[in-house]
Design a binder for this molecule. Sequence first.
Ligand SMILES: *Cc1c(COP(=O)(O)O)cnc(C)c1O
Length: 404
Amino acid sequence: MQLSSADQGKLEDFWQHCLTHQYFNVGYPEAADFDYRPLHRFMHFSLNNCGDWDAPSNYILNSFSFEKEVMAYFAELFEIPLQDSWGYVTNGGTEGNMFACYLARELFPDGVLYYSRDTHYSVAKIVKLLRMPARAVATLSNGEIDHNDLISKIAIDDCANPLIFANIGTTMHGATDNISLIQQRLADLGIARNDYYLHADAALSGMILPFVEAPQPYNFAHGIDSISVSGHKMIGSPIPCGIVLAKRHHVERISVDIDYISAQDKTISGSRNGHTPLIMWAALRSHSHEQWRQRTLRCLELAQYAVERFKAAGVAAWRNHNSITVIFPRPSEHLCKQHGLATSGACAHLIATPHHRDHSRISRLIDDITADLKLNSRRNAPANQPCAVHTLPSVARPRSMAAD
Ligand SMILES: *Cc1c(COP(=O)(O)O)cnc(C)c1O
């Protein structure tokens, strides 16, 4: 490859920028503890997984066999027999959510999509693209969907086919919607199981809950119709990706035969990334269940450490049960920029991602945040306000967690 020296300089600057920021992107949930060097040589090839990995394709440079193993892994993890499920490696959580909403709409053309106000912004885009009628539902103060508001909206709409978009870990608060209660309330309302659709947006927590001792309900055994997870969040990937998995008999309803690629197509994109299935495959094959469990526990412990450290300094921080997202009052704009903190309203959060091998950097960050908040409250700035008030009691410690 021929690049001018100016362009080489640009790349070098970018390289240094990446090295500097590789491990401390604390407001966002991307894990950085990965090493995909055994896969680097595949960058020589134009891999393309267009169509269905489960059917033969005319495009030979595909990684379908790896994608199949990835989907087999997630089918087992999310408790559905592989032969009863179908899904694929996506470009990320958003595509997975879109696939699920599309599926739900095709199954129930007159359905209305219900999602909580704390739902990821991708859903507002998706309902616009798919032109689906949709209703935003109130949330409880911990970020979980307000079931009473959900049920009363469905009742007021007289909606025969509600399409429920449930959060398994909201972006801002790491809150998990109670899908058992939702299903029970729908049954109480007289809506039969075959008359509604239930999607689980598990972008982050889809790789947390399978590895904790007492997970909230989230998977197929707990009644979902589909689930999407981001690959570049908890798992870690140099390229954004994810998976979506749904019940096979639903997916068959949207499948079309494509003459040109001599395959069946059920996916959203045409050409699909052939490298990301390799990445997901390598990540999954190189960790045992026990290793994922240990890694998850480490993150949860670090999150709990952060909560306690904040509290000891007089800052009302908290987290949801089984969540690695720690919420605290929003510090000054300057500090948020400096540390790449994500904010929403009066709250900010940090995410205890797996590459934090010890507590040191998080500790220093907490010192900075604490000092900043104290300064702000002396100046009477609005920052240190009501974000930390939440009514649910469940800031529980996983039983196996050691005291820090
Ligand atoms: C990150 C996130 C998404 C979007 O995932 P992408 O992989 O960024 O497309 C969707 N839902 C939730 C809850 C998320 O946190």
